[in-house]
Design a protein around this ligand. Structure first.
Ligand code: ATP
Length: 238
């Protein structure tokens, strides 16, 4: 069976600096796949390339059998890839509801959009309670919920999340991780970039360890969680 997303020997550079040096991985429909690794490993660069925000130097990206190379960022959203970026990037002066509406910017089905906004409020009640407030008044964890809710507004076939737990309290992080589990249970396919390897591997079907632009180890979430080198390097054990 063809995977939903196939990445083959992907290379991405900023000028002369090669940030991604030839990585290959797949994401099957219904899976959660995680990319873990320290700062600067190339995880964000990979997601930005899949979204069409950066142009690959080489390699092949295929989504539902269609090549993504050379396809513009808007078209990629309309094909079903949504990206919740690092640092969340919500619009602080716009209301929560306006931020959600922006996630549906390519859709014209007004009724469907309204229904999906209600779904977002069911999933994240705090967003519904505050829907007229400026998004900048939300806490970090609530802004992360908004960023995820906004990405879901395009009804993606693949949801890419870049460090959703960044800067959050342990309790908020738990909440975000359980939301990701719920999305998975509802059948959402997710590509999750995380520095919190423990949390990410605990819920991922498959994981890949990235180090300075390469994938150095791959396995099921379970396998990586119990791998000795992963435990030493990423789970703080000696
Ligand atoms: P982080 O968790 O910090 O985002 P990461 O694994 O996502 O880490 P990237 O952000 O993809 O890593 O960065 C990979 C490499 O590319 C790093 O060496 C980084 O310094 C470099 N890099 C990232 N963005 C740029 C840029 N706009 N211009 C030049 N180099 C960049």
């Amino acid at each position: 069976m063809m995977a939903l997303l196939e990445v083959e020997d992907l290379r991405v550079a900023y000028g002369k600096i090669e940030a991604v040096k030839g990585i290959s991985f797949t994401v099957e429909a219904g899976e959660v796949v995680t990319l873990i690794g320290t700062n600067g490993a190339g995880k964000t660069t990979t997601l930005r390339t899949l979204s069409g925000l950066l142009k690959p130097l080489a390699g092949k990206i295929t989504f539902e059998g269609q090549p993504l190379n050379g396809v513009g960022a808007h078209k990629i959203v309309s094909m079903g890839l949504a990206h919740s970026p690092e640092g969340r990037r919500i619009f602080p002066r716009l209301s929560i509801e306006e931020n959600l509406q922006l996630g549906a910017f390519l859709r014209k089905d007004t009724d469907g959009i309204a229904a999906d906004i209600r779904n977002a409020y069911d999933r994240f009640p705090i967003l519904g309670e505050r829907r007229r407030q400026a998004a900048g008044t939300l806490s970090g964890g609530e802004q992360q919920m908004l960023a995820m809710g906004r990405a879901l507004m395009s009804r993606p076939k693949l949801l890419m999340l870049d460090e959703p737990s960044m800067g959050l309290s342990p309790i908020m992080m738990q909440k975000i991780m359980s939301t990701i589990s719920e999305l998975k249970a509802a059948g959402t396919t997710i590509l999750l970039v995380e520095q919190n390897a423990q949390a990410a591997l605990s819920l991922a079907d498959h994981g890949h360890v990235m180090e300075i632009g390469n994938i150095t180890l791959s396995g099921t979430g379970e396998e990586l969680l119990h791998d000795e080198s992963v435990r030493k390097a990423y789970l703080g054990e000696d």
